[in-house]
Structure formats: C-alpha cells, structure tokens
Design a protein around this ligand. Structure first.
Ligand SMILES: [Zn+2]
Length: 84
C-alpha cells in the first residue's frame, strides 16, 4: 500500500504515516518479517528511486524534474528462512 492508502486506513495524516513505517521497519527485523518497499518512480521518464533511504514520496524527478511521481508502495514479506 502507499502511504496515502495507509493514512486513510488508520485515519492519520499521510506525512505522519512515514515515521510509523520507519519504526515498523526496525521492529520487524526481529519478527521474521520485513518491510518491502517498491520504489517511487517518475511518471514521465520512468526513473526509479531505488537508492532512496527516506520513505516519503519524492517531490520531483532528479533526471527530468517532472513533479508527478508514482509513490512508493509498502508491503510485508516473510523471510524465506526465519531467524533461529
Ligand atoms: Zn523523470
């Protein structure tokens, strides 16, 4: 789900979802699941924000300066081998 979809589900502002996701990412490391992030992408040139560390949506494409960005999508994934 995107941050916007999550914000609708839990009734908090979209920008307030991000710190929760960052916390969740840390908590999940011990639980055998992880937060998978499908990177944001530019809707004009297709540039993907693969190396972005922050979870918020970028405001503009660094390659073509276009400002319509497909937001990152978050999902949970189980590790293939649970920690022992
Ligand atoms: Zn672009």
């Amino acid at each position: 789900m995107t941050a916007r979809e999550l914000s609708g589900l839990v009734h908090i502002r979209e920008k307030d979802v991000i710190p929760h996701l960052e916390h969740l990412e840390k908590s999940l490391r011990r639980s055998g699941q992880r937060l998978v992030i499908e990177p944001a992408a530019c809707l004009q040139c297709g540039f993907r924000f693969e190396d972005r560390k922050r979870l918020s949506k970028p405001s503009a494409c660094p390659r073509c300066r276009y400002q319509r960005i497909d937001p990152p999508v978050f999902r949970l994934s189980s590790r293939e081998k649970p920690p022992t």
